[in-house]
Write a new protein. Structure first.
Lengths: 140, 460
């Protein structure tokens, strides 16, 4: 039987200092599994960017990470405002981050483009007023 | 050569199995079994943190003795700049350096002088390789060891320049050979160290095949010997000092970075903070940095466990000392023999995946599944009674075949409890089947009832 390991994380939307905990946890587990460093880096960065997005824009959400010997799948789901124009959101430098967040050094507008850059498959499912689900795969 | 030779060791006699140290190890290398602690050699980075927290002084460092001077025809002392910061009211470094001659060394070469050369070489290297920035300092061997086992993606960021101790040893030996005409092996180069990390480095170096240092002494051993010989009678002092603020500044956190004369740096001290910085570095959370200085000890090298003085007092004393010193006193074009030094590493650092659970990804994936399951079953208190620092660490030990579920005292109690209940059930059914052994069986049941009650009192 194909071994599939699943990890579930709840991302709190109101504590900025905790943004990044889930991606850090996954990174450490992948290291213990002896995955090559390049792949770990891709998963780590893509997941971190997605996690930060959830805190900045969507008041948190959940992340499910599925690990098999073929790929690592990250499913980031929130019930936030949704993305009105996905194509525009994918543009380098475009950001809808609020002022407080930009003053902290975030909101450079590179989150989604980076996520796409570091993964082999990315899909965004979003409805304004309902929420967003981002699915990303890194193949092994 | 053993890649995992260590200077931090356990004194089995003094260890009481108290489990204090297991929580403080940054790589979770220590376990306590059968009442004694033991260090997993592949995980240990020789940072010496356990030394500081062992209440019974059972964690020790092995280093060399000043009596080893007798093994050589000519000896040179290499004092670490931390040494100068141990003394009260030191106004002139020559006082310490001359005292080193008085206790038996033939000559002295300051590591801080070599540090100024290394700073110069580093400035040049970084300028010529800007596209590879940020660079991580490589003067703290504990940090290199940590990166080697936990942060392989950062290995290419290591600044491939030999540390000051190495440059000092090379220069000192060449000069001694030139001066005396003795064969190089007859010269003893003695480093006077603030930490265990350097002791391990000399036996098992990183970035070079073999260290030029012969012996490593502890500052705390040399300090009392020096006190007796220190004189501030200026007329009797030979002028031996040759370093300035840059070289001596290497003894505290931020000092090495200061020698690079840039604002674009991060200086971190303490092994736990270093772990966090390394984790964020590998996630590329910092941008635009040129240099990352990492020190395993709080306060930098003056915080090493082989020092005598409190690190923060030592930093204050260094500031006082530096007030009368020039910025730097040793430059590569000062003397002929300083011009052709090869500062570059001649060996690559390789990733040692010691924390990997299994031999392959597939195997590790399966083992990780078991680790997660086991971690769920364990109480999650991280109490350390099993000898492992956390419940998750115990789960990993179990999956690696190095521990069992019953090592957890809570699981063990549950186990005893269920065993007692079974015994109770058996004896009751025995009681029903043969009635002539009434008394003994009643007694047995009473006893077991007591056992179960006592155990349930101990449950949370």
């Amino acid at each position: 039987m194909e071994e599939l390991l699943t990890f579930n994380y709840t991302i709190p939307g109101d504590d900025f200092t905790r943004a990044g905990e889930a991606s850090s946890s996954v990174k450490n587990k992948l290291k213990k599994m002896g995955l090559d460093s390049n792949t770990i880096r891709k998963v780590s960065i893509a997941m971190y960017e997605g996690e930060i997005n959830m805190v900045i824009h969507a008041d948190g959400g959940t992340i499910t990470v599925e690990i098999s010997s073929e790929k690592i799948r990250m499913i980031l789901a929130d019930t936030g405002p949704g993305i009105a124009d996905i194509d525009k959101a994918m543009e380098n430098g475009y950001s809808t981050a609020p002022e407080e967040v930009r003053s902290l050094g975030f909101g450079a507008g590179m989150g989604l483009p980076n996520m796409k850059k570091y993964t082999d498959y990315m899909n965004i499912d979003s409805t304004v007023g309902v929420g967003t689900t981002v699915t990303m795969d890194v193949r092994l | 050569m053993n890649k995992f030779i260590h200077s931090v060791q356990l004194d089995g006699e003094a260890c009481t199995g108290c489990i204090n140290c297991i929580k403080y190890c940054p790589t979770q290398a220590i376990r306590v079994h059968n009442g004694k602690a033991s260090i997993t050699p592949e995980f240990c980075i020789d940072c010496g943190r356990c030394l500081r927290y062992c209440p019974h002084h059972a964690q020790t460092v092995s280093y060399d003795s000043i009596r080893d001077i007798r093994d050589y025809r000519y000896t040179v002392a290499l004092p670490a700049p931390s040494l100068y910061a141990q003394f009260n009211n030191l106004k002139n470094i020559d006082i310490v350096l001359n005292a080193l001659l008085s206790i038996g060394f033939n000559d002295v070469f300051e590591v801080s002088a070599a540090a100024e050369l290394v700073s110069e070489a580093s400035r040049t290297y970084i300028r010529e390789h800007m596209e590879d920035a940020p660079f991580i300092s490589t003067s703290c061997p504990a940090v290199i060891r940590l990166i080697r086992v936990k942060f392989p993606t950062l290995i290419p960021r290591l600044l491939p320049i030999k540390p000051p101790i190495e440059i000092a040893a090379e220069i000192a030996r060449k000069r001694a050979v030139k001066k005396t005409g003795y064969a190089p092996e007859k010269i003893g180069i003695f480093f006077i160290s603030p930490c265990p990390s350097k002791v391990a480095y000399v036996k098992s170096p990183l970035g070079i095949e073999k260290s030029s240092v012969d012996k490593v002494l502890a500052i705390k051993d040399v300090y009392p010997a020096l006190l007796e010989h220190m004189t501030d009678n200026e007329s009797r002092l030979k002028p031996l000092a040759s370093s300035g603020r840059i070289g001596i500044g290497w003894n505290n956190a931020g000092g090495e970075a200061a020698g690079l004369i840039t604002d674009n740096y991060l200086a971190c001290d303490g092994i736990m903070s270093t772990l966090r910085v390394l984790s964020d570095l590998e996630d590329e959370k910092f941008h635009g940095l040129k240099f990352v200085e990492l020190n395993a000890c709080d306060g930098g090298c003056v915080g090493g466990p082989l020092n005598v003085e409190n690190p923060y007092i030592a930093i204050a004393k260094t500031k006082k000392l530096n007030r009368i010193l020039p910025v730097a006193r040793t430059h590569s074009n000062d003397m002929e023999d300083l011009k052709d030094i090869d500062y570059r590493w001649n060996e690559c650092i390789e990733y040692e995946p010691v924390f990997r659970l299994g031999e392959s990804f597939r195997e590790s994936l399966e083992m990780m599944g078991l680790v997660e399951e086991l971690t769920e079953q364990l109480p999650g208190l991280d109490c350390g009674s099993c000898g492992a620092p956390t419940c998750r660490a115990l789960a990993e030990d179990i999956v690696r075949g190095e521990a069992t579920r019953n090592d957890c005292i809570y699981i063990f109690h549950e186990y005893i409890g269920s065993l007692s209940k079974e015994i109770s059930f058996l004896t009751r059914s025995l009681n029903l089947s043969c009635s002539n052994n009434d008394d003994s069986i009643h007694l047995l049941e009473d006893y077991i009832q007591k056992l179960t009650t006592e155990l349930s009192k101990k449950e949370r």
